[in-house]
Write a protein that binds this ligand. Structure first.
Ligand SMILES: Nc1ncnc2c1ncn2[C@@H]1O[C@H](COP(=O)(O)OP(=O)(O)OP(=O)(O)O)[C@@H](O)[C@H]1O
Ligand SMILES: [Mg+2]
Length: 288
């Protein structure tokens, strides 16, 4: 129980927001309430519970990061929030129960998955055209998004002509083009080299500050989570992983790379690192 009194640690898993008084469920944000995700093993037909009764919330306009050991179910949770994976429990986005994919949710995954036969502009316009925007309006909106991610000059290029970082910018522009209320990011920068990743983190900070989308980010990088997020939800090791602790970042915004020099940054990253190390060593903090 001592964990809750440590600097940076706010509370153990529990009923979402029961004690913090925020009203994410009613008018926006993401509420994950008692969610379990199960898979059936193909050969044995055995049911494996990847995620076990996880609860957390992302308030409207809030940025929450989800970290945890590899295989603990981070992507499964994100897919459930996106309505792409069935789950037990309840998930609401913008106050609506998630039952299937919803256009108000934008997603960016680790690999860019752009249409190779469309140029950058065509890729960013695609979702807009699908939802029925006229050609000129879609083009204008796509160009606006390309400006936001710094790719105006590359609008006519094809995905294979772009670097990995540029492809992820296109992906981000594509997700933002339809003006989603919620942004789900699953290790969007994991495939990038360290320098490009830092540039993209800066870029995401700036874009988030401009757009204030309710954002849920899955990442392996502790410093990325602390740099970007308002709160970091730490999951325990799978199977049947649960919320181990939620760490309040509490660093001022707007932020940039310099925030890494703040002693609070070090404190939060250390705390999360400790939690993950204990998980790897098989001595979870909650059992101490
Ligand atoms: N389609 C599937 N069928 C069966 N099992 C699955 C499926 N998808 C995921 N799993 C299992 O569920 C567990 C959680 O997987 P998931 O990909 O959500 O973890 P993760 O935390 O995102 O891992 P990583 O950090 O490596 O990306 C793993 O044990 C995985 O093997
Ligand atoms: Mg994953």
């Amino acid at each position: 129980m001592g964990a809750a009194r440590r600097p940076g640690a706010v509370r153990e898993a529990g009923a979402p927001g029961a004690e913090d008084g925020r009203e994410a469920g009613a008018d926006g944000g993401i509420v994950v309430d008692g969610v379990s995700v199960e898979y059936v093993a193909r050969r044995s037909r055995e049911v494996v519970r990847a995620v076990d009764t996880v609860s957390f919330r992302v308030g409207p306009g809030e940025f929450v990061a989800l970290v945890g050991p590899s295989g603990c179910g981070k992507s499964s949770l994100l897919m459930a929030v996106a309505g792409l994976t069935p789950c037990r429990g309840t998930i609401t986005t913008q106050g609506r129960r998630v039952r299937r994919p919803d256009r108000s949710v934008g997603q960016v995954f680790q690999s860019a998955a752009l249409f190779p036969w469309r140029n950058v502009l065509g890729n960013v316009q695609y979702g807009l055209r699908v939802r029925g925007d006229g050609r000129a309006a879609a083009r204008a909106r796509a160009m606006e998004m390309l400006e936001l991610v710094g790719l105006t000059e590359h609008a006519r290029k094809y995905p294979h002509e772009l670097s990995g970082g540029m492809q992820q910018r296109v992906n981000l522009a594509r997700a933002l083009a339809v003006d989603p209320e919620i942004l789900l990011l699953d290790e969007p920068f994991a495939a990038l080299d360290a320098q490009t990743r830092e540039d993209m983190q800066d870029e995401l900070l700036r874009i988030w500050q401009e757009t204030r989308k309710t954002t849920l980010l899955v990442t392996h990088q502790i410093d990325e989570a602390v740099l970007l997020a308002d709160r970091v939800v730490v999951l325990s090791r799978g199977p049947a992983s649960q919320v181990q602790e939620t760490v309040e970042v509490g660093l001022p915004r707007p932020r940039d790379e310099r925030v890494k020099d703040d002693p609070r940054f070090l404190d939060r990253t250390r705390r999360i690192d400790d939690l993950l190390r204990r998980e790897r060593a098989g001595t979870p903090d909650r059992a101490r």
